[in-house]
Design a protein around this ligand. Structure first.
Ligand SMILES: Cc1cc2nc3c(=O)[nH]c(=O)nc-3n(C[C@H](O)[C@H](O)[C@H](O)COP(=O)(O)O)c2cc1C
Length: 388
């Protein structure tokens, strides 16, 4: 796999995910079922979609795309240590449930990819690891496969992950561009998902040359969709965060869960900056490098406003201690995005190491505050906000 993706460790991996290498690499691998770009279609839109997905992956791996001038907020919190935890480390349980689905960990691989051959291979690897370790998994936007059946295999992760919760993904704004309940059902079917999450990515759409920016009247369409679909429908951001006011409006519209995807981690204005050839847009994107609501603030305020709503805390998480803080602040699951992309591209072993390390850190944080299970962690009084 390492060779197939041309990955070397460290930053600035030369030629990593360059489009041709990437597609060639995936063609030589196991991603052959039904999705051969260039063989099955010459559709320009299809290659544009696949190219964009591949470019996003390459940029996220090779360029400096973190938010600038703000953090996710986890550094502002610390756990008050418990020297006498009165629990056995080996007895600590990470098991939990999310929307009535049981999980071995309260951890999620955030929606990232699919839609190109290389992306499909990454999805396979993420799904295999998630299944082995009992994480939930989101796939990237399934729109490409709804529009181009040839790409369905790149999102079909269920065969690799038969037991975990899988979350299908679509841009909410697509509901204003002709996508209806049937398309959303199709997205769920393609990923054989348990639930659907719609992403709100207004600023990313603005910075994308091909962006869809008509966000007017979207809440009503989301409400209609929630009434129509039989699977739970959630809403997520992509790294700028969802505040309490927006969360309440979404909840009242019938949304079953919210993933705050807060600021401080991957910045999509930064990502799009690297895709743009327009100097004005590039400079404007820079001005948004510090935009958004820090993840911790989102989790805390949304949980305070909606005590019973299923909530995912994500955006800029790197360690199991971050995850413990997200859960102690009120999240039901803690999501990791870009932090897992490099390891997934690198090797199965590397990805397993990172997921295992996150779990170990989470367990150790729980031991350090004497929380034997996830409900005790969520109820802890030991999370302290540091003075700034
Ligand atoms: C390569 C890549 C592709 C992504 N594609 C999607 C997507 O298709 N749909 C979506 O909702 N979010 C997408 N995201 C956003 C993540 O789900 C997440 O919300 C965001 O990256 C912030 O989390 P992080 O700081 O842990 O990366 C993508 C992220 C990455 C790194």
């Amino acid at each position: 796999m390492k060779e197939r993706f041309g990955v070397r460790g460290g930053r600035r991996r030369k030629s990593l995910m360059d489009h041709r290498t990437c597609e060639k690499a995936a063609n030589s691998g196991r991603m052959q079922q039904g999705a051969r770009i260039g063989e099955s279609t010459s559709d320009a839109v299809l290659s544009m979609t696949s190219g964009r997905k591949t470019e996003h992956i390459r940029i996220c791996l090779d360029e400096e795309v973190n938010a600038v001038g703000l953090t996710s907020g986890f550094n502002h919190y610390t756990f008050r240590h418990n020297a006498l935890p009165e629990i056995d480390f080996d007895g600590i349980s990470l098991s939990t449930s999310f929307l009535e689905r049981k999980l071995r960990t309260p951890l999620l691989i955030s929606s990232m990819t699919g839609g190109s051959l290389a992306a499909g291979r990454i999805n396979e690897r993420l799904a295999e690891a998630a299944e082995r370790r009992g994480w939930a998994m989101g796939v990237g936007s399934v729109r490409a496969a709804v529009e181009h059946a040839e790409l369905a295999a790149t999102f079909a992760v269920r065969r690799k992950a038969p037991t975990i919760p899988i979350i299908a993904n679509l841009g909410a704004v697509q509901l204003n561009y002709g996508f209806g309940p049937d398309d959303c059902r199709k997205a769920v079917e393609i990923a054989e998902a348990d639930m659907l999450v719609l992403h709100l990515n207004g600023l990313q759409e603005v910075f994308q040359p091909e962006g869809n920016t008509a966000f007017g009247g979207l809440l009503q369409r989301i409400e209609q969709l929630c009434r129509t679909l039989t699977v739970p429908v959630g809403v997520k951001e992509v790294g700028w965060g969802i505040d309490d006011e927006t969360a309440v409006r979404l909840h009242e519209a019938g949304v079953s869960f919210i993933d705050v995807a807060g600021a401080g981690g991957t910045s999509w204005s930064q990502v799009e900056k690297f895709r743009s050839s327009d100097p004005v847009r590039r400079q404007a994107a820079e001005a948004f490098a510090g935009w958004g609501i820090p993840t911790t603030e989102c989790i805390q305020t949304v949980r305070a406003a909606l005590p019973g709503c299923a909530l995912i805390g994500s955006g800029g998480l790197h360690t199991g201690v971050d995850a413990a803080k997200a859960l102690a602040l009120g999240a039901d699951l803690a999501g990791f995005g870009r932090a897992l992309l490099g390891p997934a591209v690198q090797s199965e072993q590397r990805l397993d190491e990172v997921l295992g390390r996150v779990e170990f850190e989470l367990r150790t944080a729980m031991f350090g505050i004497g929380a034997a299970d996830i409900s005790s962690l969520k109820a802890t009084q030991r999370l302290v906000r540091r003075g700034d």
